[in-house]
Design a protein around this ligand. Structure first.
Ligand SMILES: NC(=O)c1ccc[n+]([C@@H]2O[C@H](COP(=O)([O-])OP(=O)(O)OC[C@H]3O[C@@H](n4cnc5c(N)ncnc54)[C@H](OP(=O)(O)O)[C@@H]3O)[C@@H](O)[C@H]2O)c1
Length: 249
């Protein structure tokens, strides 16, 4: 089957493209560095020729609420319109667990708009809400790190391995459109501050972490808000297994 992966050079997109190729599918990569820009549509009609399913694992640079909504909307509208022209039968969107329960996070506002456009769009769809990835904690700490100190919100999460997300997206993409998929999550809950501390330690880096609520990660994200639903699909790889594979001997 010919499948396009939007965001094919990114964290999840590259892993998803690799899984699909390993399974014998023909993969078309979409990203600016591959010559296809979803903000302008440049190269898109050509890329989608003969494609049956599209996985959207794109991301945008951090922005304020209006900027996030506007950018996600532009990429999603451009992609869906081109899919309709190309006769694509299935659009798979990677989303985030809990975005409908949290106000005030600009990225989540953009993801909600992305979901809304897909749900009301012209192409049969599956939305796959994932919890935070195993590498999320260190990434977030990196956003504020200055002179060996970083802020990080004390979130309770149930993180999932990027490779497990990719396996599920590949499986969903070659199947029938399902509408809203069950939440996908890893096997155990974790404290985000502890995850960041252990990841940085495994990388041999010394960073003092300051548990802090912020505008992006406010107290509306506290408690069980980010945890998956009871019918969630639980992926196998624990944070500890993922970390062990990254720890220098
Ligand atoms: N991090 C988490 O814990 C988490 C949890 C659940 C869900 N998610 C969601 O997962 C999705 C993927 O995240 P990720 O971390 O894998 O993303 P990422 O590594 O930042 O990759 C983003 C991809 O999007 C492409 N892209 C950006 N702008 C583009 C444009 N105008 N046209 C075409 N391609 C474009 C980038 O390639 P170029 O730069 O070459 O264009 C890149 O391939 C995001 O939507 C995020 O909300 C994240």
């Amino acid at each position: 089957m010919r499948v396009a992966v939007a965001g094919a050079t990114g964290n999840i997109g590259s892993l998803t493209a690799a899984v699909l190729r390993r399974q014998g599918h023909e993969v078309v990569g979409i990203s600016r560095s591959l010559g296809v820009d979803l903000a302008t549509g440049d190269g898109l009609d050509e890329a989608l020729r003969g494609v049956e399913a599209v996985v959207d694992a794109t991301n945008i640079a951090p922005a304020d609420r209006d900027g996030s909504v506007e950018r996600f909307a532009r990429l999603t509208r451009t992609l869906l319109a081109a899919e309709e022209r190309a006769g694509v039968r299935h659009h798979v969107l990677l989303s985030i667990v809990g975005i409908h329960r949290v106000e005030g996070n600009p990225h989540y506002a953009g993801k909600r708009e992305q979901e809304r456009l897909v749900e009301n769009g012209p192409v049969p769809w599956t939305i796959v809400p994932a919890t935070q990835f195993h590498d999320f904690a260190a990434m977030v700490a990196g956003w504020t790190e200055r002179d060996g100190v970083a802020d990080i919100a004390p979130l309770l999460v149930q993180p999932i391995a990027p490779a497990d997300v990719a396996e599920i997206l590949a499986e969903v993409a070659v199947g029938e459109p399902l509408g809203r998929h069950a939440d996908i999550a890893g096997p155990r809950t974790q404290d985000l501050v502890d995850m960041a501390r252990r990841t940085l330690h495994a990388q041999g880096r010394r960073v003092d972490l300051v548990p802090t609520w912020s505008g992006v990660f406010g107290t509306s994200m506290a408690g069980d808000v980010l945890l998956p639903g009871e019918d969630a699909r639980i992926a196998p790889t624990t944070f500890e297994e993922w970390l062990a594979a990254r720890t220098a001997p």
